[in-house]
Design a protein around this ligand. Structure first.
Ligand SMILES: C[S@@+](CC[C@H](N)C(=O)[O-])C[C@H]1O[C@@H](n2cnc3c(N)ncnc32)[C@H](O)[C@@H]1O
Length: 454
């Protein structure tokens, strides 16, 4: 039976997206079945207490203490004796009972508990750091929302130096990334860990269904040129993953760039070059096959993003180098919670936002004042002014008599189609589809050389 509902078969066969589809269906089912008061209690009681226990558990190494517990489970007394510092068994028992109720550990019998893949993950440094960052360093910015908005007239911040983070930490004028360096390097280190933990369990950018690295980058690459520069690549989980996935097939040098204090923390395969670089200044690695920016454009407003991208342009080799931007584009309807909550977090920490499909269209905004073409606005230059792709499609020939040359003439008739910024591929596909489906009367796919086009 053909159906759009995610099925178990896809999950068994490892079909991409099947697991996520089933998870989404389960969440909808829970939302549908829950009484509003149950939803409220989950939101206000079970989840905050769950997080509070996880935060405390990280502090006393509870999850590390559980790693070697056999599937049959151990008592709170046994587990408490392995915590650091050792904890009261009564306390550990109360924590484990709520963790079991929330599915983070497993209750295996009366007062016995065993670990799960989730509790084992919370014993890993990247997860521990993530919990510490979110609860200790980020939660204050969320808590300060009401007073921030009261002071700022319920408008979205559009600056990374005057948003909820600065409001909560009383540091107006100091960007989050500067704050890490100048006031709290440990917070910066934890943030880099969050980025690493976030990449786990998600499709990686170099998976063939995500981005065809072989076809688009390796094929045609020059062995003597740098292959890929991970611009603002954090501590390098993306570039390290690329190296592991393609090994010796990578034809040139790999370079990880970030702020000095972040690059210093990266522990990478020795073949990957680490380089401190401020991406607001000219890109020093020239002629690379690709300049990769993951979760960078989302962090800044359009003005700074223009500066980041312009700084790469002089390094690019015409017809060879590519800029790869890996960011969410939030659908205008039915966005996933992972996108919508991150959008809120981007606002709170960086005064930034996730671009929606509509936002990417840059409707009615010109990236630059069009003085290069004179002050007069010309409709035919719309695409150039707005920095958006356009395509001119021949649709037919108009035969007429010229009273000036006194000859019969054939004039080519065309239509111009423009699309939203960054939609070059979509526009090219659209034109091909239109040609193949006969959507536009007279659209020709083959033109002649010589005096007449058809
Ligand atoms: C959201 S993180 C993304 C990290 C990594 N690309 C990833 O996806 O995990 C943004 C990164 O930009 C870096 N960054 C911020 N300002 C920078 C600057 N001026 N020059 C270079 N890197 C910068 C931060 O240190 C941080 O690692």
């Amino acid at each position: 039976m053909a159906t759009d509902t995610p099925s178990n078969d896809g999950l068994k066969n490892g079909q991409q997206g099947a697991r996520e589809g089933l998870l989404g269906a389960c969440s909808k089912l829970v939302a549908e079945l829950s009484h509003p008061s149950e939803t409220m209690l989950a939101l206000l009681w079970s989840q905050p207490t769950h997080l509070s226990i996880i935060r405390t558990g990280v502090e006393m190494k509870l999850f590390r203490a559980m790693i070697d517990v056999e599937p049959a489970g151990e008592t709170p007394t046994e587990i408490a004796s392995k915590c650091e510092p050792q904890a009261e068994p009564l306390l550990v028992g109360r924590m484990l009972r709520h963790l079991a109720a929330m599915g983070t550990v497993r209750g295996t019998g009366p007062d016995t508990f065993a670990p799960t893949p989730t509790s084992n993950a919370f014993a890993e440094p990247a997860y521990e750091d993530s919990v510490l960052f979110i609860v200790d360093d980020f939660q204050p910015a969320l808590n300060g929302m009401p007073s921030y908005f009261r002071q700022n007239g319920f408008k979205c911040p559009d600056s990374g130096v005057d948003c909820q983070f600065q409001h909560a930490f009383d540091c107006k004028g100091l960007h989050l990334f500067e704050y890490f360096q100048q006031r709290d390097p440990e917070m910066g280190r934890r943030f880099a860990s969050v980025m690493e933990a976030w990449s786990k369990g998600r499709p990686r950018w170099f998976d063939s269904e995500y981005y065809p690295v072989k076809e688009r980058l390796i094929s045609g690459a020059d062995n003597s040129a740098p292959f890929l520069v991970d611009v603002g690549g954090g501590t390098g989980h993306d570039i390290e993953g690329l190296k592991q996935a393609f090994g010796a097939d990578i034809p040139g040098k790999l370079v990880l760039q970030d702020r000095h204090e972040i690059v210093e923390l990266a522990q990478l395969d020795s073949s990957i070059e680490k380089m401190s670089h401020d991406f607001l200044t000219e890109q020093p690695v020239k002629g690379a096959r690709a300049y990769y920016l993951h979760s960078i454009i989302q962090d800044w407003n359009d003005e700074v993003n223009s500066q980041i991208l312009r700084a790469i342009v002089p390094a690019m080799k015409r017809g060879y180098s590519k800029i790869l931007i890996n960011d969410f584009v939030v659908p205008n309807q039915g966005a996933h919670w992972a996108q919508t909550c991150l959008d809120w977090e981007l606002m709170a920490s960086l005064g930034a936002r996730h671009r929606t499909e509509a936002g990417h269209a840059n409707k009615g905004t010109y990236v630059e004042y069009p003085d290069r073409f004179g002050a007069t606005y010309a409709a035919t230059l719309q695409a150039v002014y707005a920095g958006i792709p356009d395509y001119t499609v021949p649709t037919g020939v108009l035969r007429c008599y010229s009273r000036i040359t006194r000859q019969n003439k054939e004039l080519l008739v065309t239509i111009g189609i423009i699309a939203a910024a960054h939609c070059e591929g979509m526009l090219a596909d659209l034109v091909v589809d239109m040609a193949e489906s006969g959507a536009i009367d007279g659209l020709q796919t083959v033109v002649n050389t010589g005096k007449s086009v058809y």
